[in-house]
Design a protein around this ligand. Structure first.
Ligand code: FAD
Length: 561
């Protein structure tokens, strides 16, 4: 750690940051520094154990961000988890590897991000990937596991394996609107019932996080340095009118504060609940907010921290007539609107009528910093994705566990949008995070309908024969046939963040509220980029890590690799 000048400084060694660090440092003449607030978790069993999901929560490697009291939900705070370690959130996540519906990525281009479409991104999904054919690992129950090699990479750093298999298939075929088996949900069409890969090193049976894939095998590159236990406070700027970053102010593990210099670029990869705050601390944001904390505005970019989108996660539980031990099989179904809503056309028509009011409500909640006109445009795109392109409108995960069946579910694309902003000029202070869960009523309806769908699946044979009674919420809490109102309390009192926050540094044209351009450069700067989940303009139906990895991999103008 003797150097104090690098070509590139990457702030955050998470899912996205380590991909960019790896690709930049492939070039021997390029020096790269990665700054990370957390430490190494290489030997942390709460990380490596593939059955240990949740063990790391509320330990020192979980930021456990708190939201404001959520007024449209039960009025209380939510915890949004995020990893604080070399490897970032990939060290504590659920390891699910599921991409997006092709039409959703194409929508990024529709709003003006040239070149960001499914076809262009598919090679970058594959570039990272080292798919491990389940047939090579006989201790996995590979029955029924399918994948299409056209959609997978086999030589990248990130090892994926396939989940275990079982048959819910016959049941899904018997629903009123059948849900078909989809052999490979990672090919751009997610709709259906599927098994899915996980980010697991099959041979060692340990979590394959970003550090294990993109850092440790390359750690002896002399041009790649990582400073752990080092907190980034803000970007420093060169003198003069233009916003040219000179480096990053950091507080080292010994408590001293110093500035590291970057000759080329400063790249933020601190995640959707930190990168917007780091921009604000650096004077990039809404002058009305910055001035409250006596931060001089370097770049007037009022939408920094707006457009926060997350999903809401609920669960239903049932008894099982079989005991499941030593298995972590998960089954996913992704119903389209036509499969989820019995009256899909009417639901679509009603929602379409409400979109102008939704747009006005979101705009007014943030003081018209994002414009109703632009929000309406985004909502219309989302409506088209749901009702014309038939993207999955919910995700339903079913996991046999001991003597019960656990389900988790969420509406894939809520319309509600909130914000995150700093609350102090102190870089270690907690931010004000307000996702506005359930602000718009369609979001509750989708969440309720997913719960009804699960009840239907558990009533349908042959699966119904394997399942017992619903234990949570149970029919005495939410009666059979309950309307949305009847479900609302259970859902709002028991949901959690789905831990998929995005869009707080949105990639879009500046005129419609974007913070970074299609090369991920912050408007108004010549050398600051953001490469993490903050830049996703719209929510995706899969889980975020696959898309975050691919966004970081993508060769874009000025990416340096
Ligand atoms: P991160 O990976 O969070 O990286 C940010 C890094 O920046 C961290 O290492 C952090 O410590 C560091 N940092 C932050 N502030 C500072 C600072 N000031 N100074 C220095 N360093 C700093 N996705 C899936 O695809 N599948 C799943 O199964 C799944 N399950 C999830 C389960 C949980 C509990 C959570 C929280 C998320 C889950 N996700 C899942 C989401 C996915 O893992 C994340 O969206 C993704 O990893 C985010 O990547 P990122 O690069 O944006 O940020």
């Amino acid at each position: 750690t003797s150097h104090s000048t690098y070509d590139y400084i990457i702030v955050g060694s998470g899912t996205s940051g380590l991909v960019v660090a790896n690709r930049l440092s492939e070039q021997k003449n390029t020096t790269v520094l990665v700054i990370e607030a957390g430490g190494s978790v290489y030997n942390n069993p709460n990380v490596t154990d593939t059955l240990g999901y949740g063990k790391a929560f509320d330990t020192d490697i979980d930021w456990a961000y708190k939201t404001t009291d959520q007024e449209y939900a039960s009025g209380t705070q939510q915890t949004v988890r995020a990893g604080k370690a070399l490897g970032g959130t990939s060290t504590i996540n659920g390891m699910v590897y599921l991409r997006a519906q092709a039409a959703q990525i194409d929508a990024w281009e529709t709003v003006g991000n040239k070149g960001w479409n499914w076809k262009n991104m598919l090679p970058y999904f594959k570039k990272s990937e080292q798919f491990q054919d389940p047939a090579q690992y006989p201790f996995l129950d590979g029955s029924g596991v399918a994948f299409d090699p056209a959609y997978h990479g086999f030589t990248g750093p990130l090892k994926l394996n396939d989940g275990l298999a079982q048959k819910l298939n016959a049941t899904y075929q018997k629903l009123e609107v059948p849900v078909q088996y989809n052999p490979d949900p990672n090919g751009g069409d997610m709709v259906g019932y599927s098994l899915f890969p996980m980010t697991v090193h099959s041979e060692l049976n340990i979590r394959e996080d970003a550090a294990r894939a993109f850092y440790y095998p390359y750690h002896n590159r002399t041009n790649l340095h990582v400073w752990l236990h080092t907190h980034a406070n803000k970007i420093t700027w060169k003198d003069g009118h233009n916003a040219v970053a000179s480096g990053v102010e950091v507080t080292l593990s010994n408590g001293t504060t110093t500035v590291v210099k970057a000759t080329r670029e400063v790249i933020l990869a601190t995640g959707a609940l930190k990168s917007p705050v780091l921009l604000e601390l650096s004077g990039v944001g809404n002058p009305d907010i910055l001035s409250k904390y006596k931060i001089t505005t370097k770049i007037n970019l009022p939408t920094v921290g707006e457009n926060l989108q997350d999903q809401m996660n609920n669960g239903l539980q049932f008894d099982s007539k079989t005991s499941y031990y030593n298995k972590s099989a998960d089954y996913v179904s992704y119903p389209s609107a036509a499969q989820l809503f019995p009256n899909s056309t009417a639901v679509g028509a009603e929602l379409l009528r409400k979109l102008p009011a939704y747009a006005a409500q979101v705009a007014s909640a943030n003081g018209n910093i994002t414009k109703a006109r632009d929000l309406y445009h985004f909502f219309k795109i989302q409506w088209n994705l749901i009702f014309k392109y038939g993207i999955p409108v919910a995700e339903i995960l079913l996991e046999p566990s001991g003597t019960m069946y656990d389900t988790e579910y969420w509406g894939s694309v809520p319309f509600s949008r909130g914000s995150i902003h700093l609350s102090s000029a102190d870089p270690t202070a907690a931010a004000v995070i307000d996702p506005k869960y359930f602000m718009l009523d369609f979001d509750l309806h989708a969440q309720v309908q997913a719960a009804r769908f699960i009840r239907e699946v558990f009533k349908t044979k042959p699966f119904a024969d394997m399942a017992g009674a619903e234990t949570s919420p149970g029919l005495s809490t939410v009666a059979a046939g309950a309307n949305d109102e009847g479900w609302a309390d259970f859902i709002k009192d028991n949901f959690r963040s789905n831990f998929h926050p995005i869009s707080t540094v949105a990639m879009m044209p500046k005129e419609i509220g974007g913070v970074v351009d299609s090369s991920l450069k912050v408007y108004g700067t010549s050398n600051v980029r953001v490469v993490d989940a903050s830049v996703l303009p719209f929510q995706v139906c899969g889980h975020l890590q696959s898309t975050v990895y691919a966004v970081a991999e993508l060769k874009r103008e000025g990416s340096g690799y």
